[in-house]
Design a protein. Structure first.
Length: 340
């Protein structure tokens, strides 16, 4: 696995928009504020041509132009790391225009984003053997006061932090609006981890891999699905799968996990780390978010940790997809040491 160089003290940050751009509020102001904060930290900014675009369907621009931006910015030597402008809906359509063979030959470069960005943060390690960061998108760095999770993401990019922990509270309802675009996370709910088997401490080592379940299920059976080859390549390490859901309801979560399982994706799994679903607390026909997961994953007889700080209900621990890690969970505390 190729581990990119970290962002240098006065290094240049490249911004790209293979999913949504920052053409509307609150993202436009958040992105501008993020640029100001990065500039004050001494960094130079290289803003891609799609970052303020909104003419695409489910993405910032046409799939061709979004793909070209990715190809160009991974090849740009001056852009040390790449941050995505946001999530989206149809980044999968960009994949046909990304030159993954070329990306595999170029020097590795950090790419950070989440949600629809799973299409890159997952495929970079599985197709290109290049680690990526499943973490906040660029506008989040524009909030008035950085939450510790945002600071962790920046420190990870800088290489000064390689161990992350859970955060005491999470946000159920955001106060950020188009009129108040720079509001910090409104964290009011205590983090409560749910473990299976119950009441057992967890300590496992394995290679982190995963992302947004909505996107992962969409990749199954396509030419971009080379997960079994990836799993075989790193089978001696084993895997810690981290998964979270955006638009999926509990039935869809169960179907998606069934699909990934039957596609052979969970070979050599050591543990499952499940984030809070965006549809938190939903129940359909007697199925809740916990049984939706357990019904599909308990057969692997490995630890399953649910309601972790990953995904669409912030804060989120930034995780290096593709990296070896040591996961410890005990008495509602979680620690992930990443070997990067």
């Amino acid at each position: 696995m190729r581990i990119p160089d970290f962002l240098s003290e006065k290094g240049t940050i490249g911004f790209v928009a293979p999913a949504f751009g920052c053409n509307i509020e609150p993202y436009k102001s958040g992105f501008a504020s993020a640029g100001e904060k990065f500039t004050k930290l001494g960094h130079r900014l290289d803003i891609g041509p799609n970052c303020y675009e909104g003419c695409g369907i489910g993405i910032s621009n046409t799939p061709e132009k979004c793909g070209q931006e990715i190809n160009d910015y991974f090849a740009k030597e001056e852009a040390e790391v790449l941050l995505s402008c946001g999530g989206g809906e149809l980044m999968c359509e960009v994949l046909d225009h990304i030159d993954f063979a070329k990306l595999k030959e170029l020097p590795p470069k950090w790419y950070m984003g989440y949600s629809d960005n799973t299409n890159l943060t997952f495929l970079l390690p599985t197709l290109c053997d290049t680690a990526a960061i499943y973490g906040p998108c660029a506008p989040a760095f524009g909030m008035k006061t950085w939450h510790p999770a945002i600071q962790d993401a920046y420190d990870l990019l800088r290489g000064s932090k390689k161990t992350v922990h859970g955060y005491p509270l999470w946000e159920k309802e955001s106060l950020k609006t188009p009129e108040n675009p720079l509001e910090p996370y409104h964290t009011t709910e205590p983090r409560i981890l749910h473990l299976y088997p119950e009441d057992q401490a967890v300590h496992v080592k394995g290679r982190l891999i995963g992302g947004c379940l909505d996107c992962l299920a969409n990749l199954v059976g396509t030419k971009y699905d080379q997960v079994q080859k990836f799993a075989d390549r790193y089978q001696d390490d084993g895997f810690i799968w981290f998964l979270e859901a955006c638009d999926l309801n509990v039935m869809s979560i169960r179907r998606a996990l069934w699909q990934l399982s039957h596609a052979g994706w969970f070979q050599h799994v050591k543990a499952f780390l499940i984030g809070r679903p965006l549809q938190f607390g939903e129940e359909l026909f007697g199925l809740d978010q916990y049984e939706a997961v357990l019904s599909m994953l308990r057969e692997y007889e490995v630890p399953i940790i649910m309601d972790a700080d990953i995904g669409h209900l912030p804060p989120m621990m930034p995780l290096v997809s593709g990296a070896m890690a040591e996961l410890t969970v005990e008495q509602n505390e979680i620690e992930i040491q990443m070997q990067i």
